[in-house]
Design a protein around this ligand. Structure first.
Ligand code: COA
Length: 205
């Protein structure tokens, strides 16, 4: 398996207190497989059917797809959240297209390996990614397209994910008919102005 160039609009890697947010490479395929072979992880990530990942070849293809997110929209990016202290990839944070949206709506998302939950890594990684995205994607140059509205949605019973959105200070829109996925979702949103205000007003945790 070869390493591919992984272009992104954002300067990478993104450093947070405990994490390095960096592109996945094929060397990460075993960890990617160990995350996505788990029904208890993938069942939260979208509409069914849920098919657990079964091979390193699939993991490499997933990495390639993630690294091509920017081709759909240059504001999109998917990154490994690597724990600085251990070098372990805790999981993924991303800004990704909402399915079936035209023009594209964008959403922020996260998922962790179960061995890395309960430590605040998803919140810290998502906060670092959104901070970097709003800082860089400010519309001041062709390679800095403006990022404004960002959505975030989860199944109404995904309490852990909703807690992250609340810790981040995203605007809570309640449970609604989901415009992009089947059924109802707990929806959140933020904008450049809202995020900046939320970052000023809210404590770090
Ligand atoms: C959703 C998911 C990312 C939540 O993981 P998580 O570990 O609860 O979220 P965080 O990494 O932000 O950690 C927050 C937890 O760590 C705790 N924590 C411990 N040390 C911490 C620290 N130093 N800083 C911040 N939080 C810390 C927090 O108190 C919180 O625990 P609590 O919910 O019991 O209060 C994870 O369960 C997952 O990947 N699920 C499957 C996929 C999924 O649902 N993705 C979202 C789809 S919408």
């Amino acid at each position: 398996m070869t390493e591919l160039p992984r272009p992104s609009s954002l300067p990478l890697p993104i450093q947070t207190e405990r994490l390095v947010l960096r592109p996945y490479g094929h060397r990460d395929a075993p960890r990617v497989l160990d995350i996505h072979r788990r029904l208890d992880v993938i069942r939260w990530l979208g509409d069914p059917p849920y098919t657990p990942m079964a091979s390193l070849v699939e993991a490499a293809a997933w990495i390639d797809d993630l690294n091509r997110l920017h081709e759909a929209d240059p504001r999109c990016v998917g990154l490994a959240a690597e724990v600085r202290e251990s070098g372990v990839v805790a999981g993924t944070v991303m800004i990704a297209p909402c399915p079936r949206s035209e023009p594209l709506d964008l959403q922020v998302g996260w998922h962790l390996h179960p061995d890395s939950t309960g430590r605040g890594y998803a919140t810290e990684g998502a906060r670092g990614l959104i901070d970097a995205a709003y800082a860089h994607l400010d519309g001041t140059a062709p390679d800095r397209p403006l990022l404004d509205l960002v959505w975030c949605g989860m199944f109404p019973d995904n309490k852990g994910s909703a807690a992250i959105a609340r810790r981040l200070g995203l605007e809570d829109l309640g449970v609604r008919d989901d415009p992009w996925y089947d059924g109802d979702s707990q929806l959140f949103q933020t904008t450049r102005d809202h995020w900046t205000g939320a970052r000023r007003e809210r404590p770090v945790r």
